[in-house]
Design a protein around this ligand. Structure first.
Ligand code: C2O
Ligand code: CU
Length: 513
């Protein structure tokens, strides 16, 4: 890794750039081994990083351009697929490795050194991690963007075990669409034993006839409708879109206990996955957005994952095939992947029933004392939005569209820049209840940084299963109530994770003081 080869001056520059601190302060040492992650970050802070932290960072990734074959050769086995110019995260020591799965342990403060080898500034957001605000990767708010050629040391508080992911938070409607995004897996203190722990990063790509990523990242129609939907789907970068059968099914020993971690890293698409088998098998949902939930089966065996959400499934591999079909548009459904059982020699028997994952430590909000806020989402095609505020201006919906290519508001305000006045301010450790209403004709997966919230009601009804999420899908013309304890100070983004909607104004900020 380059850091070791850098000269002194370079290293000093790196420290200043990466840590935003003068060299001397950065070198101050702390009793790091005594550091423990508290249940609430109110009144506790991240110990300063040292030069040693940079040099010893266990995980080093580089954001960089690359060429990848995203499609298998069309038909015949020997036709060479054309490569697509993408952007990817590479393990800085193994650049041929795409978007490595970053693995951490619960309770750890994980140092990740990010190097920007892109032709543009970037940041990395650690989606779903309840970490310190300074490490949240929001440009101009929690850090200066990482300029091309620069590095930044993230130190990730892994309070929670579960399935998380990382992606850029600067021009994400372009950077994520070009391919940046990877899995971050935090192992439980006491792992639940499984024989196969699979991580699938689901992603779609909008490719032109030359197999290149279409450059219309700010297309007005995508922005004001359902977002940018790709025409090619991959799992971990491998083609995962087949007409009727998967030519290379994944072989899994019969009876093996499997944990399948699904991450939706698409910019807009929901994945609607139907699990089919001859044995009538239905998978069990064990966690949503990284947070364990009561074990339950999805209605009709259909697992729905909105943009940015995660679902952890647990199951014992049945005899035969499991076909996973993508059914978002039922008439244009396709085979995503197939699992095929293989017999194993000396197979162990009877694993007993599935066991729920151990809960993460999460403070229960006090609803009778909660600060209550109404949140209204408006705009989009066929919406009723008349007037909106953009910065200091008050504009009609048409003016906003013409001048800024924006079309969405949260409580009447359209924000595209990360730096703007927070629309909600609360005190540290306050209980917060958001009463949200989607007054549009479109779906919005709404994401809150820095917290997991409990879903109290959807359209006035308590949900069938209690869940703690970081991203909730708001159906068109629907309502939802969510609650959390504001146990982490800072300015936290709150936005639609359809990235074209986010760029189109659907972003706000919540400040915890
Ligand atoms: Cu997945 Cu604001 O982020
Ligand atoms: Cu949206």
């Amino acid at each position: 890794m380059k850091v070791n080869r850098r000269n002194r001056a370079g290293r000093r520059k790196l420290l200043q750039g990466a840590l935003g601190l003068p060299l001397l302060a950065a070198c101050a040492t702390t009793a790091r081994n005594d550091f423990r992650l508290p249940d609430s970050f109110c009144g506790s802070s991240l110990p300063p990083a040292s030069a040693a932290d940079v040099q010893s960072a266990r995980v080093r990734i580089a954001a960089m351009p690359a060429q990848r074959a995203l499609k298998a050769g069309s038909g015949s086995a020997d036709s060479t697929p054309r490569k697509t110019a993408i952007w990817t995260y590479a393990d800085a020591t193994q650049p041929e490795l795409d978007s490595p799965i970053i693995r951490a342990r619960q309770g750890e403060l994980l140092p990740v050194l990010v190097e920007n080898r892109l032709p543009a500034p970037t940041t990395v957001h650690w989606h779903g991690l309840r970490l310190h605000n300074a490490m949240d990767g929001v440009p101009e708010v929690t850090q200066q963007a990482i300029a091309a050629g620069e590095r930044f040391l993230y130190r990730l508080a892994c309070r929670d075990a579960g399935t998380f992911w990382y992606h850029p938070h600067l021009m994400s409607q372009e950077q994520l669409v070009r391919g940046l995004g990877g899995a971050l897996i935090v192992a439980e203190d006491q792992p639940v034993p499984v024989e196969q722990d699979l991580v699938w990063v689901l992603k779609d790509w909008l490719l032109d006839a030359d197999q290149q990523i279409r450059g219309d990242f700010e297309d007005t129609r995508d922005m004001s409708h359902a977002g940018r939907i790709g025409n090619h789907v991959t799992i971990n970068g491998e083609p995962a879109q087949f007409a009727d059968s998967d030519p290379r099914p994944l072989r899994i020993p019969i009876g093996a206990r499997v944990r399948l971690r699904l991450i939706n890293a698409a910019s807009a698409r929901s994945f609607v996955l139907k699990f089919e088998s001859d044995s009538g098998f239905v998978p069990t949902i064990a966690a949503l957005d990284g947070f364990p939930c009561p074990l339950h089966q999805p209605p009709d065996g259909v697992v729905v994952i909105a943009a940015a959400q995660r679902v952890d499934l647990l199951f014992d591999m049945p005899d035969g095939r499991i076909r996973i079909r993508e059914m978002r548009e039922p008439r244009r459904g396709f085979m995503l992947r197939e699992l095929l059982s293989v017999s194993q020699v000396g197979q162990s028997q009877s694993r007993g029933p599935l066991i729920a994952l151990p809960a993460n430590r999460w403070l229960e909000p006090k609803l009778d004392q909660a600060k209550i806020f109404d949140v209204l989402f408006e705009g989009g095609a066929r919406g009723q939005l008349k007037q909106a505020r953009v910065g200091r201006e008050s504009l009609s919906a048409e003016q906003m569209l013409d001048r800024y290519n924006m079309n969405w508001t949260i409580n009447g305000v359209a924000s595209r820049e990360h730096q703007h006045a927070p629309f909600i301010r609360v005190s540290c450790n306050d209980s917060v209840l958001l009463r949200m209403r989607n007054d549009t004709q479109w779906q919005h997966p709404i994401h809150l940084h820095g917290f997991h919230f409990k879903v109290l009601t959807v359209d006035g009804q308590a949900p069938r299963v209690t869940t703690h999420r970081d991203t909730i899908m708001m159906e068109p013309r629907s309502r939802a109530e969510i609650a959390f304890v504001a146990d982490s100070p800072g300015i936290w983004m709150f936005h639609c994770h359809i990235l074209q909607h986010q760029a189109g104004g659907m972003m706000a900020a919540i400040e915890v003081i």
